[in-house]
Design a protein around this ligand. Sequence first.
Ligand code: BGC
Length: 530
Amino acid sequence: MATEAPLYKDPTQPVEARVKDLLSRMTLQEKAAQMAQIERQVATPATLTDLSIGSVLSAGGSEPRYRATAEEWADMVDQMQKWALASRLGIPIIYGSDAVHGHNNLFGATIFPHNVGLGAARRNVIACAKHFVGDGGTHKGKNEGNTICSYEELEKIHMSPYPDCFDQGVCTVMASYSSWNGEPLHSSRFLITDVLKNKLGFKGLVVSDWEGIDRLCQPQGSNYRYCISASINAGIDMIMIPFRYDKFLEDLTSLVESGEIPMLRIDDAVERILRVKFVSGIFEQPFSDRSLLDIVGCKKHRLLAREAVRKSLVLLKNGKDPKKPFLPLKKNAKRILIAGTHADDIGYQCGGWTITWHGDSGRITTGTSILEAIREIVGEETEVVHEPYPTASTLLALHQQGSFSYAVVVVGEVPYAEFLGDRTDLSIPFNGHDTISLIAGTIPTVVLLVSGRPLVIEPQLLEKIEALVAVWLPGSEGGGVADCLFGDYDFHGVLPVSWFRSVDQLPLKSGSGASYDPLYPIGFGLRMFD
Ligand code: BGC
């Protein structure tokens, strides 16, 4: 006699009925395992088939192999999914990845400016069979490393020219249980694909951050039982463990057996997890859709990212005499100088959360550097001289070879993520101040500042230069910078934060009355054309 397929496997049944049916078949151990999220490196048949762990993630920079292709990513996730489906109840995993500004762990994916373009970012991620997207930590920062991820100084002003790009994807914003560097709260935001957002409504899913619950006690993780009971009783549904899953499973089951965590809470958490899995359709379609692989790094996304770059740039100064604007630059100048550490560096312009957690310098992924974009846009007759580290003597030698119509100096920060970017001194690294001063002393100069946050710009320096643009961390499409610089498009961006004069003004908040004295106020941004 053929055994009937269990109700939860029947896609024609209502989601709630499927959730209840599956839950009723699960042991406590299986429930605890569904609540666990582990790192890719410990995802094996033992953890996914034998234990039936519920979710796997790639931490920042955690790829199947160095420079793995989108196909290899999909192969990896599909393999894990096969292991999960071979578990007693055959519950598929949710795979998570931080796609902070594109599928940023994947070599060759389009990298958007930080915090814009998440719509396309998500599609890149889905192409690799991933189901949820972390944003690498959202923090309303002062000068912390997470400032690159903070959206705005005031709730009501959107930094992103595409506010809907992140609104679309946000499912649950929660989980403020950890503490970095003694700060009481570190919130993490997880974006779940829009399908889920629309269908789940308020029955979202709360996921803790990386070793987040461990930080509930000092020394970190020392009283893990307490960390587990406090966080789960407070409403966390899924725990980004990410490595010590055996201890987690052992402690969680024992806490339930002893009554310190009510079974009702466990059932509530597991229901939420299963609901996401049913609603997202991964029971029916657990594997990647290979027809989507081609969209990773495709032209359409690169053009979209380029547009996002154009719209996120903020023009801060245009001409020593505002009546004589310096920009747009002439495309047919005879000889121009492109100087500075950040002119030809894809890694620097992408910033943190690119290929690795904290980012890196150089050709870490495919894209167009600002220098390359300038070379593409100027006329064939224009001689483009590139000098990453100009000194007084190199500059003198260059001058002896001929005069320059103008200089574009591109300087800024080295990439960082989270606490790695914490600094008390926010001057321009690599003596950026001196580089600007040196060049602007003899050549009319526009400065492009590549940074995740405002940096100190001395008043004397500001007077010396003709124009200043905050290009933020534009990502892989440097073409967007050249588009505005040379006047094919106007600047549109306005400052999402107040630009301080000196770090001792921090935290600088508009609306703070007479003491509010920024270099540029929040909302400031010039245009070239009316
Ligand atoms: C970040 C999270 C991220 C996690 C995994 C943490 O350091 O704060 O946003 O999801 O790492 O990469």
